[in-house]
Design a protein around this ligand. Structure first.
Ligand code: PEP
Ligand code: MG
Length: 578
């Protein structure tokens, strides 16, 4: 039966395909009874999982040497004995055969029973053995889950699936896209998250905050992800399929129309020249952007290199990546942003950072880099070495105080000196810019302009900090609004001050590429826009319809608007709705 689930569009587009469910752990224990004809298959799955867990332990044993082999080896032996315990395995088999338990549910029930027995023991040593049971069973559960995911992978080879999941990390997305996933539907998340930005860059339609999908969808259901209406239609009806075909046809036609703008200059209707830059996460983005005719790379995010890497990338690995990015830009300037990680993502990037109650307000971006000088110096050296392959600008994220930029400049100069002494070719000059994302940096932008060569406004973060509304929190979707009059006033102030100081200022948050924001940004005096390559042609088109003189004259009235209603009234139908 046709059913519709509403969400928020994080990456546009439509896709029709079969559902592949990836349920989080809280859903993974299926307590429904097994049908008769699956019982023996389930017993076999359990036995395979035990065998795989035994093999894991043996592998671990083989890898241990010296003192470690003695100390840890004892635990491994104890765990291996438990894995061979005939009573445990026989008990589980009986639960599956007689009680029709699924293997994972039987394991969980046994774990709970055994832990209760150990916890009731008086002897503290014996009581502590409960932990061993816990570890061994967890190992078997993991082996079972691996089997399940390889079964899912078989399903995935049927090509053309829609991944339905709780949330998806940026690192996973690239992998999914390259494995033929057509679209992603997440139960939580926000259109301004890093995953959403990456999905747009990968052309992977993505809906977030689609409540109910994890509970109600089944593997193999046919679903239509509709990024236009921000919904997922399961078991779509004939009229949905017709809409999908229309959308495909319109998208192709619009693509052909916009393709004619590739390589063209960007000018407003009254002839004022603007510069469009690209945001890039991957070398392919740069290649693509160059073909569309951009003025350069306005934001090259380096965190993805760290997140996709096992452990920390070395100086040479980073150098090679940055050099290739610079070479792909073919002489256009590349703005490389230094690492922007915080306690929420540092672990997956191979950094050990104390967890924080409030990572968005914690040790993030340049704050983290300045606290980890070894990691930071490695990155700065790699960027400096790469900078002799083409024009590079270095951009520092999450600046809240001009002193941070001064400190980075000193470190850069020291790195440059060391590299030259070691015989490296390093350009004499480098441009160092600050991201304006923290209200303090925006309000006190004059101090920043004294020490930075250029500014890049990160409106994604600036919005969340001005409105105190977490960009990743789907509960706050209505509060997180880049078009809020308070955000627009801050943007106007920063752009105006930078223009007065005659220093370049580029906007590189998501709104820079949103056609609905084109008139407002032109009104505020913005001339440099940086966006995902996908957005370039559409935004060039939208900007070419803006009358700059008229919009600039309207700016004071726009900034006096108390709310979005007033803004819309001033701008007509083209005002931002986000
Ligand atoms: C921003 O905050 O607007 C920005 C461009 O940086 P990121 O989205 O990577 O935080
Ligand atoms: Mg940011």
């Amino acid at each position: 039966m046709r059913r519709v689930f509403a969400g928020s569009t994080a990456a546009p587009g439509m896709a029709l395909g079969r559902v592949r469910l990836e349920r989080p752990a809280r859903f993974s224990i299926d307590n429904t009874p097994l049908p008769d004809d699956e019982v023996e298959h389930e017993v076999a799955r359990l036995e395979h999982a035990f065998a795989a867990a035994r093999e894991d332990m043996a592998e671990l044993r083989r890898k241990l040497h010296g003192a470690l082999a003695r100390e840890v080896g004892e635990f491994i032996d104890a765990h291996s004995q438990l894995l061979d315990d005939p009573e445990l395995i026989e008990g589980l088999r009986a639960m599956i055969r007689k009680g029709h338990y699924r293997a994972a549910a039987a394991l969980k029930a046994q774990r709970d029973r055994l832990i209760a027995v150990f916890e009731a023991m008086d002897d503290p040593y014996l009581r502590s053995r409960g932990e061993d049971v816990e570890h061994v069973i967890a190992r078997v559960q993991r082996a079972l889950a691996r089997q399940a995911s390889s079964e899912e992978k078989k399903l995935a080879t049927r090509v053309g699936e829609i991944l339905v999941t709780e949330s998806v990390a940026p690192g996973e997305l690239a992998h999914l896209a390259s494995h033929g996933i057509l679209a992603v539907v997440a139960d939580s998340g926000s259109p301004y998250s890093h995953s959403a930005i990456l999905a747009r860059s990968l052309h992977l339609p993505m809906l977030v905050n689609a409540k109910g999908v994890l509970e109600d969808l089944r593997d193999g259901d046919l679903a239509l992800v509709d990024g236009v209406r921000s919904e997922v239609v399961v078991h779509p009806a004939a009229q949905d399929l017709a809409q999908f075909r229309n959308w495909q046809r319109d998208a192709q036609r619009e693509g052909r129309r916009l393709a004619r703008l590739a390589g063209a200059e960007t000018r407003t209707r009254d002839g004022h020249k603007l510069r469009l830059y690209a945001n890039a996460e991957r070398p392919e983005d740069i290649e693509r952007a160059r073909n569309l005719g951009v003025a350069g790379i306005g934001l090259y995010r380096t965190e993805f290199l760290f997140l996709a890497h096992e452990g920390l990338p070395s100086e040479d690995e980073q150098f090679a990546t940055y050099r290739d990015a610079i070479l792909s830009a073919g002489g256009l300037p590349v703005t490389i942003r230094t690492l922007d990680l915080g306690a929420d993502k540092a672990d997956s990037a191979g950094l050990t950072v104390a967890s924080e109650p409030n990572p968005a307000l914690g040790v993030r971006g340049v704050r983290l880099s300045l606290r980890l000088p070894d990691v930071f110096v490695t990155q700065l050296r790699a960027i400096l070495r790469a900078s002799c392959y083409g024009p590079v600008r270095i951009l520092v994220p999450m600046v809240s105080d001009a002193a941070e930029v001064v400190q980075v400049r000193m470190m850069l100069e020291e790195c440059a000196r060391d590299l030259r002494t070691a015989g490296h070719e390093i350009p004499d000059q480098f441009e160092l810019g600050a991201m304006v994302e923290v209200p303090a940096a925006a309000i006190n932008v004059r101090a920043l302009l004294d020490v930075a060569d250029f500014l890049a406004i990160g409106s994604n973060d600036l919005t969340q900090y001005v409105l105190a509304a977490d960009r990743n929190n789907d509960q706050l979707g209505g509060l997180y609004r880049p078009a809020h009059p308070a955000v627009l006033r801050v943007l106007a102030w920063v752009i105006g001050r930078a223009r007065m100081a005659r220093k370049p200022v580029c906007l590189c948050g998501e709104i820079a590429g949103d056609p609905a924001f084109a008139p407002v940004l032109v009104a505020l005096g913005l001339e440099d826009f940086s966006m995902l390559p996908d957005r370039i042609l559409g935004q060039r088109d939208a900007l070419s319809r803006c009358d700059r003189r008229r919009l600039r004259a309207m700016a004071p009235r726009l900034l006096r608007a108390h709310d979005n209603g007033e803004l819309s009234a001033l701008l007509g139908n083209v005002s931002p709705s986000a």
